[in-house]
Design a protein around this ligand. Structure first.
Ligand code: G6P
Length: 614
């Protein structure tokens, strides 16, 4: 989603801002822009539709910016189309105030009407321009309302979500930032500060950062900073160490982040498990949950909630918690859960699954359940993210930063963590230490087994080549691998733009079977498991209608070769852990399909890595 990068210091801001924008590209965007206070004392703005490279060429053609205070943005359109006029930074119409904004100003329409009545002239369709104009309207240094105070006053008037950075040519050595609902970090360098919506844009310059809470406003100068609330109550800043390494967010030898992250899975899962499996005691050690272990043991129901890929992991979590911990569970899209007046009884636990920890719908669902008395847990990747901070307790994935928009290693990390949470609860409820230790030993094998799947990449590419021209695909699975089928279909749609549907294999004959015609690719997850024979029946149904079956099957299964057009083999894994390996060929299949169709895997059209609006 939209990205923010800003710089104040003694270096030339332009190159730092452009480098930061490139690091933010992975979040998804459709236009970009930069504003710098130039040596002539004026705020200069340059914006372009499309890639950051377009902005870079435009800046180059105009001779570039020389100043050392500037703000920049990648925009993912919400209010108003993808045009240069709607791109950020936005300015007020008089004073050289410039602003970049992530989030949505919900009451922008009434503010806009008011500001028009005051004579302001708008040049864009965005909610952001309203905020720039409002700050300008309130700015009155002669009356003691400087930039910091004007920002505070404006934010007291707005509802919605924001992370903003504001500069003003009348106060050229000042930058004011604020947040509510959307993330923002201030990297502390030597005599310089780098503000960004994402740590990946900061780590090249700073190892420490100030984190902002909702309604915090920070005024930054080259000499220091002041943190306050929107009501001007001074606060002590919260400083955190940035743990990311530059190598973790760089491509290295891989052509795309998605491929890099697919190949990272054996190691990311080893890190995810590290120090958490105590096989001697048969217990899972999850520091974040210890404090609430009694509540978890006594809990009566778990509600898992998420969006996108994280929802598919949560669905697998539902099976795991029911199987292992024997606890009633339900799993639902956060966007639906929050609006259906959910019934939260005593003993309910809400468990939010999110890679970014910033997904607006997931956050809102979590808050809704919390306000009705549920204990809230998070399964999150990004440390210190909003959901991670909002929950009572949680478990981090520890799989490292995920840059690829199509989520891969976060998915397997989420499933792994949910397995560990299920064991954590199961051991304290019904499961014997021996049974728990057995599952742990199987879990520890998973990274090696994924490596075996990765070794079949060439074959997966060849199978993809055979079917890539087809525009409609089905993905079918049962039980634990029904969510895997959904995930396989989502991966294919997201990056190759091929229409794909995932569903329970048995559901096919209730309608979707009408779609099957000669040569339609139908991917079956047909590993050896309790429902194997049933899946074979479903395969027959597809074959007899001319569909081309691609089966994900267990190594050594010869029977399936006579039924499927193509077989992608995975090692034998107990059913409950099988999605951790069966999903890997589907990730690679989607990757190859996108490459073969000539798409940019890491920058899929219309998608954002983290969706911070409803
Ligand atoms: C977006 C991303 C998906 C992701 C979903 C949930 O739609 O494109 O890849 O699965 O958001 O994101 P989260 O950060 O909450 O896991």
């Amino acid at each position: 989603m939209c990205g923010i990068i800003a710089y104040i210091g003694s270096k030339r801001a332009e190159s730092i801002l452009l480098e930061g924008l490139k690091r933010l590209e992975y979040r998804g965007y459709d236009s970009a822009g930069v504003a710098v206070i130039e040596p002539d004392g004026h705020q200069h703005v340059c914006r372009a539709v499309g890639r950051v490279a377009n902005l870079e060429s435009k800046l180059e053609a105009a001779g570039g910016f020389k100043g050392s205070v500037g703000i920049a943005h990648t925009r993912w359109a919400t209010h108003g189309g993808v045009t240069e006029a709607n791109a950020h930074p936005h300015t007020d119409d008089q004073l050289g105030i410039a602003l970049v904004h992530n989030g949505i100003i919900e009451n922008y329409a009434s503010l806009r009407t008011y500001l028009k009545e005051q004579g302001h002239v708008f040049t864009s369709e965005t909610d952001t321009e309203v905020l720039a104009m409002l700050i300008g309207e309130l700015y009155d240094p002669e009356q003691g309302v400087d930039l910091e105070k004007a920002v505070q006053a404006a934010l007291r008037e707005v509802t919605g979500a924001y992370a903003i950075v504001v500069t003003c040519e009348r106060e050229p050595g000042v930058m004011v930032c604020a947040r509510k609902g959307s993330p923002l970090l201030i990297g502390i360098g030597a005599g310089e500060y780098i503000v960004a919506s994402d740590a990946s844009a900061i780590i090249a310059h700073a190892t420490q950062a100030i984190t902002l809470d909702d309604y915090n406003v920070v005024k930054i100068t080259r000499e220091g900073f002041r943190t306050s609330t929107v009501d001007d109550v001074e606060l002590s800043p919260k400083v955190m160490k940035l743990e990311l390494e530059l190598g973790e967010i760089e491509l290295g030898a891989f052509s795309h982040y998605m491929l890099k992250e697919i190949y990272e899975q054996p190691n990311s899962l080893r890190l995810c498990m590290k120090g958490r499996l105590d096989k001697r005691e048969g217990t899972v050690v999850l520091g974040g949950l210890e404090e609430f272990s009694k509540e978890l043991v006594r809990s009566k129901r778990v509600i898992l909630t998420a969006q996108g890929t994280a929802l598919h992991a949560a669905m697998i979590g539902e099976y795991l918690l029911e199987d292992f911990a024997k606890i009633p569970c339900e799993c639902e899209y956060a966007s639906e859960f929050r609006y259906r007046n959910p019934i939260i009884e005593e003993g309910s636990v809400v468990l939010a699954v999110s890679q970014s920890g910033e997904t607006a719908d997931t956050l809102a669902a979590l808050r809704e359940a919390k306000s009705r008395g549920a204990l809230s847990l998070g399964v999150i990747n990004v440390v210190g993210s909003t959901i991670a901070r909002d929950t009572d307790a949680g478990v981090y994935l520890r799989v490292g930063p995920e840059i690829g928009v199509a989520s891969t290693k976060a998915f397997t990390g989420q499933v792994m963590v949910l397995t560990m949470i299920a064991l954590f609860m199961a051991r304290r409820r019904f499961m014997s230490p021996e049974a728990s230790a057995r599952v742990m030993a199987q879990l520890e094998q998973i990274p090696d087994l994924i490596e075996r799947v990765l070794d079949t990449n060439d074959q997966i590419r060849k199978v993809t080549e055979k079917h890539v021209e087809r525009d409609n695909w089905l993905f079918l699975g049962r039980g634990y691998n029904y969510p895997t089928a959904l995930e396989g279909a989502l991966k294919l749609k997201e990056i190759s733009y091929i229409h794909a549907e995932g569903m329970p294999a048995a559901e096919m004959k209730h309608g979707p079977i009408a779609l099957i015609d000669d040569g339609m690719p139908v991917v079956f997850i047909a590993n050896q498991g309790p429902q194997y024979d049933k899946v074979l029946n479903n395969i027959e149904e597809v074959r007899s209608r001319g569909g081309h079956v691609i089966a994900v099957a267990t190594e050594g299964d010869k029977q399936i070769e006579s039924l499927a057009e193509d077989v992608l083999y995975v090692p034998d894994v107990p059913e409950a852990l099988s999605p951790l390996v069966t999903v890997v060929p589907l990730q690679l299949l989607a990757y190859h399909a996108a490459i073969l169709r000539g798409h940019d895997v890491d920058k899929p059209r219309n998608l954002a890595k983290s969706v911070t609006v409803e």
